[in-house]
Design a protein around this ligand. Sequence first.
Ligand code: FAD
Length: 456
Amino acid sequence: SVSIALFTADLRLHDNPVLRAAQRDADEVVPLFVRDEGVRAAGFDAPNRRAFLADCLHDLDAGLRARGGRLVVREGDAVTETCRVAHATGARDVHVAADVSGFAHRRERRLREALEADGRRLHVHDAVTCVLAPGAVTPQGKDHFAVFTPYFRRWEGERPRDVLPAPRAVSVPESAESGALPARSDVADVSPRLAPGGEDEGRERFRRWTSDGVDAYEDRHDDLPGDATSRLSPHLHFGTLSATELVARSRSRGGAGAEAFVRQLAWRDFHRQVLAARPAASYADYRTRHDSWRRDERAATAWREGRTGYPVIDAAMRQLREEGWMHNRARLLTASFLTKTLYVDWRVGARHFLDLLVDGDIANNQLNWQWTAGTGTDTRPNRVLNPLTQAKRFDPDGGYVRRYVPELAATDALRGGRVHTPWKLPAEERRALDYPEPIVDLTDGLNRFRVARGLD
Ligand code: FAD
């Protein structure tokens, strides 16, 4: 007998309940990945993620080959292609991970109907792409938690499922035909310093993180130049690492840094359970503040290009373009700057992030944007982060700015923390810099926001 393990956001062999169940069911298994044209049609097929995905698929194929199998890759509509493979191989059962977006729900429903119409079955597995499935803990009488702290208290008290080992052997039927694996080198417009993908790479990164990174995490996670976070987010997004395994390993290792890291992983589950309960929160305000956002294409363009005249904001936006990734503190600052200081719609910023972030994720991105804009689950929706105060706190010597804004790094008069206020240079030196004047006065921005939100 044959069954299909349909890989989605779980591109790994270790701790993969989908692959485990498919193998348990049948003598042979088709490890299938469909390059879904629906993802492209939804505008979610950004070059950085496509390049990272190519690495992941190569690595998954290599891991399967080392176990006597191979990856079957198809391209087209995920439902049609899965049914075709099922037909060609005689597979009766298809296993897939549960997911939270509206897109994933619709795909799952279509797949179930198509398979059942043909006498086959779809098995959807929870807690593959997260630690606790959405709905596993709920407040009394409600379908999801809208505040993180009470969610986390319950989350911490639950026992996650056991971590599964990677299979020793995988036997794939001859009749499963595969298309070519996509190559990273075929993808255009990739960020020059994009990190490599794949399960091996993710496991190695996590190993280094537990040996040299995590202990300093609690104290240094906000340190912009220190870059002291795990950078595991793309691996969590593509599922080359299992969040369940990271939690188990971090807990058994112990320490304040590991605990703080586990708490961040709970944020991921938190946003997922919000989106699972309110799929419309990917585009509509989770909580309306009756905003009438400004349309300001000039300001939005300056923000996207990292030319706002605020060095810490510009450094962050350039980091995003250069690496396809941005530090969490920088994400908070740039999102607050766009939605509050410039009072531009969070959807404008969220779209740009999704176009570039290698970890770009509907639940994490849209709900963190909403959180920062104050239309989401933040219990202090009207706080505004001042980029200067934040820069002094989290980049006191200006190392972060100098790393990403070369025109400021080269100026001697802007040594140390002075790099955050280039407008204080004498007029002549200032003109010599190819760097813009601030596009907005911070006090004006703050006042405009307060009036718009009816706070004054
Ligand atoms: P670490 O600090 O090492 O944290 C470990 C893991 O915990 C992360 O990899 C991530 O999976 C999870 N995590 C950490 N913080 C959060 C958070 N606030 N919400 C949810 N999960 C979290 N994260 C994404 O994965 N994809 C996105 O598209 C995304 N967009 C964001 C947009 C905005 C405006 C903001 C403010 C945050 C966004 N985040 C997003 C959350 C967070 O910034 C990143 O997960 C984090 O910076 C990734 O770096 P890291 O792996 O080094 O994190």
